[in-house]
Design a protein around this ligand. Structure first.
Ligand code: SAM
Length: 248
């Protein structure tokens, strides 16, 4: 029946493609993929052959209309991205929005997501966190963004590429202070998986001195700012209760 299946694919280890993902990908009329060559390789590994439709940043608006027509006609389609969960720093939200607006069922096949995988091994507070995705590529915009985040008390989750990891860590240390605890999760589920923890300053030093630690894909997790506001409220309450005791 007419359904848009939003299917997560592995972030490195092919064993992380779920049995249900395989079943759904093998059964749909077509698979919308960010990079059809990349997805064809993934599918070939699992012996799946389905028509692929390219759906990326540049053609998503144009394609969404046609794809919704196919869904309206009763077809089942799948949406995948190159790695992990579609829509998470990846294309797809325009298609999902258009499908939902047309009253089409949109159903997830959950699976790998680098941000959540990193959070699950970071050992930093995870009851409240803010996903910030990629920082701006330009230094000025990046520093501006970080200045606004410096007093955020939730744990912060960033995506970063090998090209900018050193510059971003330097800017993070500058904006949040060198001592702020952080975790660098590199190449998760892959051969060179590394999870390093320490102050921003120490992580920057490691990445600067060891070129191997600059290779691959990164999730940077940064502890939230100390809750100064809470501390002030607590101090206020303490003073108030002492004063009240002296009132007639
Ligand atoms: N949709 C994906 C997800 O669910 O995680 C994210 C896509 S985004 C374009 C790619 C970024 O995700 C990389 O630059 C890196 O920051 C992060 N990433 C993806 N795979 C990773 C891995 N195996 N280890 C660490 N980070 C990874």
């Amino acid at each position: 029946p007419a359904t848009l299946h939003v299917v997560a694919t592995p972030i490195g280890h092919l064993g992380d493609l779920s049995p249900r993902a395989l079943e759904v990908l093998g059964s749909v009329a077509a698979i919308c993929a960010e990079d059809t060559r990349h997805t064809r390789q993934l599918l070939a590994h699992f012996g799946i052959e389905r028509p692929l439709v390219a759906l990326h940043e540049h053609n998503e608006d144009a394609q969404a209309g046609q794809l919704v027509e196919r869904l309206r006609a009763g077809e089942a389609l799948a949406l995948v991205s190159d790695a992990g969960t579609p829509l998470v720093s990846d294309p797809g939200y325009r298609l999902v929005r258009a499908a939902r607006a047309a009253g089409i069922r949109v159903s997830p096949v959950p699976g790998a997501c680098a941000a959540i995988a990193a959070l699950s091994v970071a050992g930093l507070a995870s009851d409240r966190f803010a996903f910030e995705g990629f920082l701006p590529a330009k230094a000025g915009a990046r520093r501006k963004r970080l200045a606004r985040l410096a007093s955020e008390t939730r744990t912060l989750v960033f995506y970063e590429s090998s090209h900018r990891i050193e510059a971003s860590l330097a800017d993070l240390a500058e904006a949040f202070g060198p001592a702020r605890p952080a975790v660098l999760a590199r190449e998760l589920t892959k051969l060179f998986e590394t999870v390093l923890d320490g102050s921003l300053e120490r992580l920057l030093a490691t990445v600067s001195t060891d070129p191997n630690q600059r290779k691959g894909e990164f999730v940077v997790i940064v502890e939230g700012a100390g809750d100064d506001a809470d501390a002030r409220v607590a101090e206020g309450r303490r003073l108030y209760s002492r004063l009240v005791a002296h009132l007639p």
